[in-house]
Design a protein. Sequence first.
Length: 366
Amino acid sequence: MGIKFNNLNAQWLAIKDQAMPEIEELFETSQFILGPQVERFEKSFAEFCFCDYGIGISNGTDAIKIAAKVLELDDSPNVFMPANTFVATWLAVKEAYPKCQIKMVDTDQNGQMDTDKLQNIVSKNSLIVAVHMYGCCDNLDTIKKIADKNSCFLLEDASQAHGAKTVRGTPAGSVGDISAFSLYPGKNLGAAGDAGIIVTNNENLAEKCRMLRNYGSKEKYIHEEIGHNHRLDSIQAIILYWKLQELDEWNKSRSVAATKIKSQINNDQVTWMLTDNPLQVYHILPILLKNSENRNAFMKHLDYNDIEYGIHYPVPIHKMPFYKYPESQLVRTEEYAKRMVSLPIHPFLKDEEILHIVDAINTFGG
């Protein structure tokens, strides 16, 4: 029984009847870039996030970069972000502000940014980047309080949290001054290629984002700022719009599958990273091995049982070969990078597949 880490073909089959006629019609109209389909998706996704404005972008990295840039910080601002995140978060902010000073914040027990450590090191008038790892945004309300207390801008990187909410019901993407989402194919809401989107409640920031994604232009051939080509194409917008109609149900299915797996695991060699918040969306289902020395054996055990898996992420950003900046000790981030493994989790997991995953984990002996 081969169990895939994700099932993108099943997603396509679920929306094919709605999306395919619109894609065929698109070839008749030839409005391939920033067509009306893009505007429809932007509006729908903004509403989904309880925001006023949505700006479709070419990919998630560009979305973070533009979202950071339109805040118009000083040339060398202080930026605080979690050490446990995909490298794109760091690269995008650094590209927006090449002289910025990025301070990495260690991880809490759930794989999220440690808000106690953030509070201890944050400086006034800085940028805080909140990354909602694995589909969980439980610390968002606390981060917002820290940002307000210190007069900081707050940028949400919600690339793994489409539809997630805090335990208080606060939606991911709705709290920051501006928020960015990746729509990479493997995300909870993913395109058939690269795509991203920015959401905000600030009309001025939204207008700046639209300009920067389109060569710095509001009007064709009139360029008010130095921008680039970061536009979302209409085919992706069609696919994303119809997937968005399914997203709530798909997220519920992820949660049901994750709960079934978690409730049946009985092995003291593994522990769970995430909280029990029923409003998280399980983009990733991460577990921690009791001992880092056992991870290779555990992965071989999954291979033997024909179960795909991942590691998110095996090398922290501050340990990458390119990273030449001094960092304080990021103990838990480094420890989790050695111990974590991501299990398959997607809306189309069958009960027999869930049982197979459970049996494989329960029979692992270390």
